[in-house]
Design a protein around this ligand. Structure first.
Ligand code: NDP
Length: 239
């Protein structure tokens, strides 16, 4: 039986943006974190965050890094899937690689990490999985068929696992951020940002810390009766 006070987390991505904010929030909550990304965090942070350099598109390297992280950590209580990319374009012009890469990074990596951790979580009879989806996976977005499909896939995958694992006290939830100020959205010009803000009831683009706070909640015992849910952190965009 897992010691439920054991605060050890594995996170994909995490080198910047939302994932970095999640790592900082988890460290502040007393977690020790192992994060898997191609590049390490480039700033000083307080707490213990171990970097395992890996491209989640490289299945063997990813599975090896997950194994290393679980061996180093021993018991794991939390898995957060944050790694994600966009390769936007209208479907008529979308290249096979744009589809394949987005599905591999955003969705297949979630399948692989959940599968890799499932045995341990089931044995422990405890575990929390939080997958970072997107509002786009709920409402769709022109020019993002690949991204929307990957994020909708994460939601279906998470709900299925929530049902598969519930009897073993393993909770699986998604967070669906709206527009959040990170390198992913910094490519937008001022006009695009204004038009986005017009569609957000709260009227502004969110920040990564606001998403991290939702992760912190879902990871905590305060969320012990919540599984199979998609929590939108989107300023009201999808209500
Ligand atoms: P960033 O581009 O700032 O960060 C993306 C993270 O994913 C980085 O840590 C990056 O690490 C990691 N990553 C990307 N590709 C790979 C790969 N092949 N292997 C390993 N790690 C990888 O984006 P955000 O912080 O904005 O996005 C984080 C998550 O939130 C994503 O899943 C995204 O889809 C989702 N999201 C973001 C929204 C937003 O508005 N920003 C809205 C809705 C959802 P590295 O490059 O070092 O490998």
């Amino acid at each position: 039986m897992c010691d439920r006070n054991m605060k050890k987390a594995i996170l994909t991505g995490g080198s910047r943006g939302i994932g970095l904010a999640i790592i900082k929030a988890l460290l502040a909550d007393g977690y020790e974190v192992w994060y898997l990304s191609r590049t390490p965090i480039s700033e000083e942070i307080a707490g213990t965050a171990h970097h395992l350099s890996c491209d989640v598109m490289d299945r063997m390297a990813f599975e090896k890094a997950l194994k290393t992280a679980t061996e180093e950590a021993g018991e794991i209580s939390l898995l957060v899937n944050d790694a994600g990319i966009t390769r936007d374009g209208l479907i008529m012009r979308m290249k096979d690689a744009d589809w394949d890469d987005v599905l591999k990074v955003n969705l297949t990596s979630v399948f692989l990490s959940c599968r890799a951790l499932s045995r341990q979580f089931l044995r422990q009879r405890y575990g929390v999985i939080i997958n970072i989806a997107s509002v786009v996976g709920i409402v769709g977005n022109p020019g993002q068929a690949n991204y929307a499909a990957s994020k909708a896939g994460i939601i279906g995958l998470s709900k299925s696992l929530a049902k598969e694992f519930a009897s073993r006290n393993i909770r699986v939830n998604c967070i669906a951020p709206g527009f959040i100020d990170t390198s992913m959205t910094q490519k937008l010009n001022e006009e695009q940002k204004k038009s986005i803000c017009d569609k957000i009831p709260l009227g502004y683009i969110g920040d990564a810390e606001q998403v991290a706070k939702a992760v912190r909640f879902l990871a905590s015992a305060d969320a012990s009766y919540i599984t199979g849910q998609v929590l939108a952190v989107d300023g009201g965009m999808t209500m």
